[in-house]
Design a protein around this ligand. Structure first.
Ligand SMILES: CC(C)(COP(=O)(O)OP(=O)(O)OC[C@H]1O[C@@H](n2cnc3c(N)ncnc32)[C@H](O)[C@@H]1OP(=O)(O)O)[C@@H](O)C(=O)NCCC(=O)NCCS
Length: 159
């Protein structure tokens, strides 16, 4: 499996994977998928997707889906980790999301439920929050840790 940045040619596959998982497709566009990643299997077939949507100074993780036959292999966890790296690289400290189906998955990867009142205004006013997802969805946030130094194993040895 390899993860790469989505491009225009992935648009219909992304819509199809989202559609079959009952996730919002109405606002999926070429511009939006610039913030998306896809996971491909060895034959180049897209088996997982996930994206970041920039909302002012906030960032929303959305459209995470893995093909049913490829679930339970860590693909979504890998996509989330890469999306968080991208958010961190853009200077974001928090990642927000809305979910009706995968709250427990996101808890496992470090997201915590927050009340709607705690959600940044720009996120609350987004199309996903305002219209695309039902009002019963869980709002979750992860505070990203800033990488202040290289992991110990990557530090040059000194004597
Ligand atoms: C949620 C989803 C993306 C997870 O994909 P995945 O590649 O199977 O996830 P991973 O293999 O990285 O799973 C990591 C862990 O979470 C668990 N997990 C996966 N989906 C879960 C869910 N919906 N609820 C609770 N736990 C879940 C796995 O069992 C695994 O646990 P383990 O590490 O103890 O083995 C996938 O089930 C999916 O596409 N669901 C439909 C679309 C959806 O609901 N997306 C969320 C939109 S916000």
């Amino acid at each position: 499996m390899q993860i790469r940045i989505a491009d225009e040619a992935d648009l219909s596959t992304i819509k199809s994977l989202l559609g079959t998982n009952d996730l919002p497709v109405a606002d999926i566009s070429k511009a939006l998928i610039a913030g998306f990643l896809v996971a491909e299997d060895a034959s180049g077939l897209v088996i997982g997707i996930g994206g970041l949507e920039q909302l002012g100074s906030s960032v929303l993780l959305r459209s995470l889906a893995v093909a049913p036959e490829a679930r339970g292999l860590g693909i979504a966890s890998a996509l989330v980790a890469r999306l968080e790296d991208n958010a961190r690289a853009c200077g974001r400290q928090d990642v927000w999301l809305l979910t009706t189906t995968a709250e427990r998955f996101f808890e496992r990867v470090g997201y915590k439920n927050v009340s709607r009142e705690e959600v940044h205004r720009e996120v609350r006013l987004s199309r996903q929050f305002a219209a695309l997802c039902p009002s019963t969805a869980s709002c979750m946030r992860k505070r990203l840790r800033t990488a202040t130094s290289a992991p110990i194993a990557e530090r040059p040895l000194s004597n």
